[in-house]
Design a protein around this ligand. Sequence first.
Ligand code: ATP
Ligand code: MG
Length: 256
Amino acid sequence: MIVAIANQKGGVGKTTTAVNLAAALAMRGKKTLLIDLDPQANSSLSFLDLSSVTRSTYDAITEPGCELADVIQSSAVANLSIAPARIGLAKLESRLVGELDAHFRLKDKIKALNGAYTHIVIDCPPALGLLTVNALVAATHLLIPIQSSYFALEGTDDLLETIEKVRQRANPGLRILGVVITMHDKRTALARDIREQIQKVFGGKVFQTVITKSVRLEESPAYKESIFTFAPDSTGATDYYSLCEEVIERVEARTA
Ligand code: ATP
Ligand code: MG
């Protein structure tokens, strides 16, 4: 399974979902790789010290002589490795302009890993540019985090349009694994309305698991830990564990 975590809206919980889903998969014994495709490098920073990053996903995507294996680092979590990002990724678009295989770079580099990881999670930047398209072309599945907010569905049309374009030629097999509602506040009527609205648009694609608002989820990256070691008894840990269960179920049952 290669799952891209994408939504071009900023701050909706992509990185939090990528980091904790990857950690949950690793804890379940799956050999997991987290690929950071965001120049902000937030998911890399959730596990690594960026001073230890000499080569990044940018080098692997742009340099013919650099493979993902050359940039991957192990993390403190057993079974979890990280392909870290650096700010240089922001130059990718201009660097690859005019290259015929610009959309296929990540796919080719993942292929060169020869199945070393059974589960790959890709954290995308908040844009529908070349980086996110590289992730969608390389992925078998897409997971869309949607923030429980009044503007939740803004921009999802553009995202769905991009998915369709990718499916038409570059990656016909791309499946929508599901939509996960994040930063949900069960107590408010507005949040319940928003959940209904999202369900109207995405139907059965919406995961049963909803990620509730949790300060612990905000805090854990600063300690370079996933929620499972930082606050194992928090709602954040329970929520992401149960999301991981649903993800595995959907992939294994091929219902996604
Ligand atoms: P960007 O588009 O900038 O990459 P993102 O979509 O990756 O953002 P995150 O970085 O995961 O979003 O989350 C945005 C902010 O919200 C972060 O400060 C994060 O700690 C916080 N956050 C994410 N999920 C939750 C949650 N369930 N409860 C409370 N805070 C959360
Ligand atoms: Mg992010």
